[in-house]
Design a protein around this ligand. Structure first.
Ligand code: BV8
Ligand code: ZN
Length: 251
């Protein structure tokens, strides 16, 4: 059954000035990008659970396999497009005085849908970073694949510019996201199992600071008990419902 937007929530949405949204892999699911848990298909690769192949230890142990794993995902992501969930969130940035979009995703689909100033807590699959001098370089599907790529600045090996398990998040980005979670009146958490920290602490921070927290997910999650409202449905179906005019509100 597709969720409808309760009138109280629609009122809050219309009245809000400061809104913050945290997204996870579920917001890209309707684009065809596999999620990590819940059988989404990105859970295991060559027999390794994703949190093993996507871990700091693997960079030391087998950088070539890490590149193979991210090349495999980049090939997949390169052929998909933003879905109505990404497009709705891109429209939302023009509806409020202060709108912040924070994502755990590395696929760049929010930017492709027109979202600006996206806070990417876990990096971006389209960027490589030098392990010696930190220089970054954008990747494309057309480039020849010398793996690992050599840094154009210093010639050292480059890695995917993505935050792996066991690695610190970009502290400036996380601090900015946490401040926005404290300041906002309305916090949406969309398409995440809320198991990975510290990203999953953001809705808790928002709640603790008095925000009204709304979850959008077809399944209950570790966070559902903390939320003020759970809209159980697909992000691509639920988020556009906020666009409709009042008279369309069914109750
Ligand atoms: C850190 C990039 C400090 C890579 C990712 C031991 C050692 C070190 C650290 C730890 C440790 N034990 C625990 C930790 C902390 C660890 C952590 O939280 N682990 C969890 C698993 C317990 N965190 C870290 O390591 C972080 N760093 O803590 O640094 C530190 C440093 C050193 C030592 C100690 C501490 C770094 C975490 C970042 C890892 N990188 N991504 C890559 O992509 O390969 S995380 C990865 O999981 C993705 O970013 C993903 O986004 C994220 C979370 O997953 P979700 O987005 O929630 O996706 P999931 O599949 O789980 O859920 C999808 C949801 O969508 C579901 O709920 C589903 O119902 C829903 N859905 C499905 N379809 C739809 C939908 N919703 C809406 N619409 C639909 N259509
Ligand atoms: Zn370099």
């Amino acid at each position: 059954m597709q969720a409808q937007i309760p009138a109280e929530l629609r009122r809050r949405f219309r009245a809000a000035r400061r809104v913050c949204v945290l997204t996870g892999a579920g917001v890209s699911a309707e684009s065809g990008v596999p999620t990590f848990r819940g059988g989404g298909g990105a859970a295991v690769w060559k027999g390794m659970p994703f949190d093993v192949i996507s871990s700091a230890a693997m960079i030391e142990r087998d950088l070539k396999s890490v590149w193979e794993w991210f090349d495999y995902r980049r090939d997949l992501i390169g052929s998909v497009h933003p879905n109505p969930a990404h497009e709705a969130l891109a429209r939302w940035q023009n509806l409020f005085g202060d709108f912040t979009l924070v994502t755990q995703n590395i696929d760049g689909l929010h930017q492709a849908a027109g979202s600006r100033e996206v806070i990417e807590l876990h990096g971006n699959i389209w960027r490589a970073k030098c392990m010696a001098c930190g220089a970054t370089e954008m990747l494309s599907l057309e480039q020849t694949r010398l793996r690992p790529p050599a840094c154009v600045e210093c010639g050292s090996e480059m890695r995917p510019d993505v935050v792996l398990f066991g690695e610190m998040l970009p502290m400036q980005d996380f601090t900015k996201a946490a401040n926005k979670a404290v300041e906002c009146e309305l916090f949406f958490v969309v398409g995440t199992s809320a198991l990975v920290y510290p990203a999953a602490s953001l809705p808790e921070i928002a709640k603790g600071a008095g925000a009204y927290v709304v979850e959008v997910n077809p399944e209950p999650t570790a966070l559902s008990a903390v939320c003020d409202e759970t809209l159980s449905g697909k992000a691509g179906e639920v988020l556009p419902l906020f666009d409709v005019r009042d008279e369309d509100t069914l109750f």
